[in-house]
Ligand binder design. Structure first.
Ligand SMILES: [Zn+2]
Length: 469
């Protein structure tokens, strides 16, 4: 018996799933003719056990040479041999004979979705296994740490794959615990990307996201605006005197950053990216109200009591995006005061109006701008009947001066749900909806959200649309 044949048999015994096949093969071992017939069986019926028989029964063992392989995700893949195909659905722990190479799905297609491929991955030309150097015929990584390789051998590896769970520093034939851990992490990353990828404007945009450590979406903003930050790892961002914690979502970690009206134009580093704040001049607005109404604004005790309620409602936000898609205008109304107007009431400066006013007839239904949770539905002194919705990740929308509240604190609402009716309660000169967005308790421009998902704020670099990968 030649040593090569011996190695084949020993390997067979070390893998329990091969035992029945091996037993069957040994029973047939006396009949060299049968073995010869078996190796000529059509593609798909040849088993690893039969290979052992061949090795035993001839002086020149047949090498089962693997021609190519592909892992379509951390679980699923195939190896094609000159005489058959084997597939795996558990990351290569077990392999089964298959009639043919499975249809070549896109990475992640097992979950029924196309997913942009992974980022820059190790390139391996040769590797060391059991103190021997091998030339690599084919290598495929699905994450920076998890990869498989097919090497040029003399048959001693039996046409199997080698696998690494540490980015190619060490390679194994068996799926060891560290490799299993790498598979588990790669699957979590894959699931996260499958959840996150559809939120972006295009597959190209998603590819850019998954290849970037830091993202500032968009990279240019104005005072009164907001940006969405993404990082690949947990942590926090220090911005304009405050620390913002990054919350996990999909495969990344996120926070909104409000660009307050006090932020000076300039370039601000965020991780390895740069946020450019450009100046914006907001127009002025002059309002005349009755002295009785103007006196309303001086009841600081009632205003402070309301503010305590509002602060409490806005102090906690769901640490996830409750709404990923575009926001809608809550009423089809006439825009009477755009965002950011500097206001003068009866000739006196009264601050900037950091909301939009939409005039509409009393009783016009007001819709939730997006999915969220009602964190406050109450009658307040200045803003009248008011609603605050939490959209998650520190983003709230506010609806004021309603004639009627149609939700209660704690309700969960969907985009477009009627939550109240237009009115003129509180400090108001006529029926209208005062609508604002609050990002981490700073009022930001609602126009950034209307008709556009915050995930679409991502700016693609020039010419990136033509990039092929
Ligand atoms: Zn207003």
């Amino acid at each position: 018996m030649n040593p090569d044949g011996f190695r084949h048999r020993r390997r067979g015994r070390s893998r329990p799933r091969l035992l029945p096949l091996l037993g069957l093969s040994l029973a047939a071992a006396g009949a060299a003719v049968l073995a010869a017939v078996l190796v000529r069986e059509p593609v798909g019926s040849v088993t690893p056990g039969v290979e052992s028989v061949t090795a035993l029964s001839t002086d020149q063992p047949a090498r089962r040479e693997a021609l190519e392989f592909r892992m379509t995700d951390p679980d699923h893949g195939w190896i094609r041999y000159a005489d058959g195909v084997r597939t795996t659905s558990d990351g290569g722990i077990t392999w089964t004979d298959s009639a043919s190479v499975p249809a070549d799905p896109a990475w992640g297609a097992a979950e029924g979705q196309e997913l942009p491929g992974p980022e820059e991955l190790p390139a391996v030309k040769s590797l060391q296994f059991q103190a021997r150097d091998y030339a690599v015929k084919q290598v495929q990584f699905v994450s920076p740490e998890l990869g498989w390789a097919l090497v040029q051998d003399e048959g001693e590896l039996g046409g199997g794959l080698l696998v690494t769970g540490d980015g190619g520093r060490s390679w194994q034939r068996e799926v060891t615990q560290p490799v299993r851990d790498a598979i588990r992490r790669a699957k979590l990353e894959l699931q996260g990307r499958l959840k996150e990828a559809p939120l972006y404007a295009s597959a190209e945009a998603a590819r850019l996201v998954f290849r970037s450590e830091w993202l500032v979406m968009p990279e240019t903003a104005v005072p009164g605006g907001a940006v969405l930050i993404r990082h690949t790892k947990p942590g926090s961002v220090y911005w304009n005197g405050r620390t913002y914690r990054l919350e996990p979502y999909g495969a990344g970690y996120f926070t909104y950053l409000p660009i307050g009206m006090d932020v000076k134009p300039g370039r601000y580093p965020i991780g390895d990216k740069m946020l450019t704040v450009t100046s914006k001049k907001y127009p002025s607005q002059y309002l005349e109200v009755t002295e009785e109404m103007n006196r309303m604004r001086q009841d600081t005790k009632r205003i402070a009591a309301d503010q305590a309620k509002i602060n409490k409602a806005r102090s906690v936000s769901q640490p996830e995006f409750l709404a990923g898609g575009p926001y809608i205008l809550p009423v089809e109304g006439r825009l009477t005061t755009p965002y950011g107007h500097t206001r003068y009431v009866n000739g006196k400066f009264s601050g900037a109006h950091l909301a939009v006013d939409l005039a509409a007839p009393e009783g016009t239904p007001v819709q939730a701008a997006n999915e969220g949770v009602v964190v406050l539905a109450d009658s307040l002194y200045l803003t009248g009947n008011s609603i605050y919705l939490d959209h998650g990740m520190g983003l709230f929308s506010q609806y004021a001066h309603l004639s009627k509240l149609q939700v209660q604190t704690g309700d969960r609402v969907k985009k477009g749900d009627i939550i109240g009716l237009v009115g003129t309660t509180g400090f108001s000169t006529g029926p209208h909806l005062h609508f604002a967005f609050w990002a981490h308790n700073v009022q930001v421009d609602p126009n950034l959200f209307f008709g556009r998902s915050p995930f679409h704020w991502l700016s693609l670099p020039e010419g990136s649309g033509t990039e092929v990968r």
